[in-house]
Ligand binder design. Structure first.
Ligand code: CA
Length: 228
């Protein structure tokens, strides 16, 4: 299960804050409420939230100021909560880098829809930025040490992943057992080169056999290579 997304509700009106919190918790988010503007700013930059709901009129530091200051150091999604009479605030908020705004009085469904929209776009952006390598229908995410097939995570150990990564990075070239040992196990590895054969067989069991793919080939007398 993916971890809950964390949302900071910055709102000094107790009833509104509480109502938002109840609905967001119900929708599966992890929430916190902050009613002071200055403390809100500190929490946004110090704690690890996925999104901020930001009221404009706040004690300590107003929402516009918070938005402007946060934007200088962070691109965390911000949705401004503005009162109807603060029409110019909407424009200002977006100018200052808020991702969206809702006008009070709002329905929680509306706020939830905005949150879902922004978090979804954000995830897609992050996925696009993430480095990935593809071999057939297997996708490797080196930063996460994770390989997936049909979006299912393949259960690999660290060494198995490193071995697969090395082969995929070098496809379609053949890598000798010695090259693989040096790269994956390190120069001072004292074991026998047949550790490579053993690990290749693990990968074949976990990928080729299990998913009926054929990516890892033996090149007799030379070593191994990966093919799409
Ligand atoms: Ca307020």
């Amino acid at each position: 299960m993916e971890p809950k997304e964390k949302i900071l509700i910055v709102e000094d009106e107790k009833n509104i804050a509480r109502m938002l919190q109840i609905e967001l918790d119900k929708s599966g988010y992890e929430t916190a409420i902050e009613k002071n503007g200055r403390r809100a700013y500190e929490r946004i930059i110090q704690e690890n939230y996925d999104l901020v709901l930001l009221d404009v009129m706040l004690p300590g530091m107003d929402g516009m100021e918070i938005c402007k200051s946060v934007r200088q150091i962070s691109d965390i999604p911000i949705i401004m909560l503005t009162a109807l009479f603060e029409t110019k605030d909407k424009v200002n908020g977006l100018d200052l880098g808020a991702n969206d705004y809702v006008t009070k009085p709002f329905s929680t469904e509306e706020v939830l829809a905005r949150i879902r929209g922004i978090l979804k776009r954000r995830k897609e952006e992050l996925r696009k930025e993430e480095k990935r390598l593809v071999i057939g229908s297997v996708i490797l995410y080196p930063e996460r040490y994770e390989a997936r097939i049909n979006s299912e995570v393949i259960d690999l150990t660290h060494k198995e992943f490193e071995l697969l990564l090395y082969l995929v990075e070098n496809k379609p070239n053949v890598l000798s057992r010695e090259q693989i040992i040096q790269k994956v196990w390190g120069y001072d590895f004292l074991g026998y080169t047949n550790v490579v054969d053993v690990y290749i067989s693990y990968l074949r069991t976990k990928i080729d056999d299990k998913y009926n793919e054929k990516h890892i080939q033996t090149v007799r007398g030379v070593g191994y290579k990966c093919v799409d």
